[in-house]
Design a protein around this ligand. Structure first.
Ligand code: UD1
Length: 418
């Protein structure tokens, strides 16, 4: 096991180049088996979730190579429609493989997906939508077995704009007979990116980024060479690091409109924000005022993947903040760790009342999930004294070289083996 040792209280100056978005890259891996032609995904971040998706494709019989930061997938020899439980349990995104495998082979067998333990995370919306596309589904002994002839286009209405279900429907319907109209779609920028990737392969998808997505089934999909969008969650995490520590930092690669609400909240905290094209510069004196209320919502609302980091920020600010988590039921598991640092947080169901302590103190902390882990790192960077953050396996799922990027900004952070 590895851990971070973090000396708090250093101001952060300089620039960060944001990596490609984890949540854009993972569905592209799944989409790459829709064709027998070669697919190149450029600028894939060195995160363990990407390695896990690569391993899933290899289990299907695809050839997956990492060349520098690019990943080349050749699935001409893919033959298996089954993903072993050891891989699906490690990564929730493995659920996208249902749509891709159905399109490619007409059947799919996968164990129930896993991922960070942040709530119930059912997949009923995925399965109901697939049924409407003519897929028959049986569940047995922890496995989902799906079978179809040719998928038939359909009108689908999602009860809730689930990101994963929207992506799965795109992957299942892209070569369907006829047209699929999806109402109530998720509008995240990563959905638009998947649409662009599929269209670059020869698909006919339109409307992503809005409520209604139209997918006209095509007969063939070709190869593609594609660079995914950058990670708005990683960008937000480093902007908040600078807000907490004080300093002046430029985050490059993400346009302001993709994290508009976060920028608004940071201004409320007392930070100065300047934006130009895909560059966001933040200035902070480190003496922050709490946000009155932060409530997570599907895009363009405040992202649930930045909720933990925002809570950490408010713990070290002045005043009080109400945080409301609307997406996942148990996304406050990091709270007892922040309390070890002197944070005053009262959790009741989906709400957390934070009374800002002005400044936290260093402690020994354990990261229990990806974004909660990032929140602990941020809190430690702003705290007085030394902290350690144990078990980096979750943070490694979504942040490439976090310590390198923070050190470049002047943070005191070391990665060591325990
Ligand atoms: C994706 C992101 C994740 C982010 C989340 C919400 C990826 C790889 N992961 O996860 O980082 O936190 O969007 O922005 O892109 N739900 C159901 N039934 C379903 C599907 C979802 O009830 O069939 C519920 C979930 O339990 C959750 C909510 O809908 O409460 C949102 O889930 P969803 O949008 O599907 O998130 P993911 O795709 O899992």
């Amino acid at each position: 096991m590895e851990k971070y040792i973090i000396g708090g209280g250093k101001r952060l100056y300089g620039s960060v180049d944001v990596a490609s978005a984890k949540n854009a890259v993972l569905p592209l891996f799944a989409a790459s088996v829709l064709t027998e032609k070669r697919v190149t995904i450029r600028g894939v971040p060195a995160i363990s979730d990407a390695l896990c998706m690569a391993q899933i494709l290899r289990e299907l019989g695809a050839d997956v190579r990492f060349r520098g930061e690019d990943v080349i997938v050749d699935s001409a020899n893919a033959h298996s429609h089954e993903i072993p439980p050891s891989l699906t349990r490690e990564l929730r995104s493995s659920v996208f493989m249902l749509g891709s495998l159905l399109t490619r082979f007409g059947c799919a067998r996968i164990a129930y997906p896993g991922g960070c333990d942040i709530g119930l995370r059912p997949i009923d919306l995925h399965l109901n939508a697939l049924k409407q596309l003519g897929v028959s589904i049986s569940e047995q002994g922890g496995y989902i077995f799906c079978r179809c002839g040719r998928i038939r286009g359909a009108e689908i209405l999602l009860d809730f704009p689930s990101v994963g279900a929207t992506e799965n429907i795109l992957l299942a319907a892209v070569k369907a007979e006829g047209t699929t109209v999806l109402q109530g779609a998720a509008k995240e920028p990563e959905i638009v990116d998947l649409q662009n990737f599929l269209n670059a392969m020869g698909a006919r998808v339109s409307g992503a980024g809005g409520d209604v997505i139209r997918i006209e089934g095509v007969k063939q999909l070709g190869g593609v060479n594609y660079r995914p969008i950058k990670d708005r969650i990683e960008a937000g995490t480093y902007l908040m690091a600078c807000a907490i520590c004080g300093g002046e930092t430029e985050v490059r690669g993400v346009s302001a409109e993709n994290i508009g609400l976060l920028l608004h909240k940071l201004r409320e905290n007392g930070c100065k924000i300047h934006t130009k094209n895909d560059k966001i510069r933040i200035e902070s004196d480190g003496r922050l005022v709490c946000n009155r209320r932060i409530e997570t919502m599907p895009f363009p609302g405040f992202p649930t993947d930045l909720q933990a980091q925002a809570t950490a920020l408010n713990c070290g600010a002045h005043g009080s903040a109400l945080i409301v988590e609307n997406l996942f039921e148990t996304r406050y598991k990091y709270v007892p760790e922040l309390q070890k640092m002197g944070a005053d947080i009262e959790v009741k169901g989906r709400s957390a009342l934070v009374r800002g302590a002005g400044r936290l103190h260093g402690a020994s902390l354990v990261a229990g999930d990806l974004r909660g882990g990032a929140a602990l790192v941020l809190a430690a960077l702003g705290a007085e004294g030394v902290s350690e953050v144990l078990d980096l396996s979750y943070i490694d799922r979504g942040y490439a070289d976090m310590q390198g990027k923070l050190r470049k900004l002047g943070a005191e952070i070391k990665r060591v083996r325990v």
